[in-house]
Design a protein around this ligand. Structure first.
Ligand SMILES: Nc1ncnc2c1ncn2[C@@H]1O[C@H](COP(=O)(O)OP(=O)(O)OP(=O)(O)O)[C@@H](O)[C@H]1O
Length: 267
């Protein structure tokens, strides 16, 4: 009996270890308009999870909820639960700054600060109290290397980040995110403002990052989801219609609505 209990506990902890986010029966309203309906979803650690679906289906809303950025919008109400690392993200004990340190975000349009490349990347660590130049230098180099842009910018770290191309700016923004050592990186259509070559570079980078980070990416681009993600969630009008291995979702969807969407019959 004791063995049975300890086995069960082991199994449960294996399950807990597998998922970094556990979303349970989650609903969200903007004022009186409901945008998310009964979402149940586990986000696996060190995997790339793509969220796809037609415009307005709630992809960004779901993504922005995961690090509580959604609270910047007034009159948002929620029900149900979201756990990050087994703790309720909405609990009073959860400091929102801590959550956002662990769950970083990269946006659709590259949004560097009007500062030097160095200062962009050092911004987060400085806010966290790191002042020593040597330590900051190391973080900046490591983060820029992690974002696969070190070689392109190492000789112009003191130049304004606005002088970089869009694709380079987005990689600096990813470096800025890496510099605060998150566990999860949320990406909201990170390549939609980029040309195809920059897009491929970012896609390669995302695949490399999954060794160290859990990535959730919202994308309009189904080919992109198929190319880079392990898991894909298909959403429609605020509902999670289907969520499974990417290969399965694209080759053998269970729901007619998923099939219609991926075969281009709507959306
Ligand atoms: N700040 C807001 N205030 C009120 N309603 C909002 C707000 N942001 C989004 N919505 C509504 O919530 C629903 C989901 O929007 P959301 O932006 O999450 O969809 P999406 O799937 O990310 O769309 P897109 O692909 O076009 O970015 C839509 O009906 C949208 O109009």
């Amino acid at each position: 009996m004791t063995d049975m209990i300890s086995n069960q506990q082991n199994e449960n902890s294996a399950i807990d270890d597998q998922y970094i986010f556990d979303i349970h029966d989650f609903n969200l309203w903007y004022g009186s308009d409901q945008a998310l309906y009964g979402i149940n979803m586990g986000i696996e650690k060190n995997k790339i999870t793509a969220v796809i679906g037609p415009s307005g289906c709630g992809k960004s809303t779901l993504l922005k909820t995961l690090n509580r950025m959604i609270e910047m919008v007034p009159n948002v109400n929620t029900s149900g639960s979201i756990k990050y690392d087994n703790a309720d993200i909405f609990s009073k004990k959860q400091m929102v700054e801590d959550l956002r340190t662990q769950v970083g975000m990269v946006f659709q349009k590259p949004n560097p600060f009007p500062k030097s490349i160095y200062d962009n990347v050092a911004y987060g660590p400085r806010i966290h109290g790191i002042k020593k130049k040597k330590v900051l230098d190391e973080i900046v180099e490591k983060s820029l290397r992690g974002a696969a842009i070190w070689d392109e910018v190492k000789d112009r770290l003191n130049q304004n980040a606005y002088g970089l191309s869009g694709g380079q700016q987005q990689r600096v923004c990813i470096a800025r995110c890496l510099a605060i050592e998150p566990n999860v990186i949320l990406m909201d259509e990170p390549t939609s403002a980029l040309d195809p070559i920059s897009t491929l570079k970012i896609e390669e980078l995302i695949k490399e990052l999954k060794d160290k980070y859990t990535i959730v990416i919202v994308t309009h681009n189904m080919q992109q989801a198929a190319r880079i993600s392990d898991k894909t969630a298909f959403m429609l009008t605020g509902e999670l219609v289907e969520f499974t291995d990417t290969d399965t979702l694209f080759s053998n969807p269970k729901d007619k609505r998923t099939e219609d969407y991926i075969t281009g019959r709507f959306g």
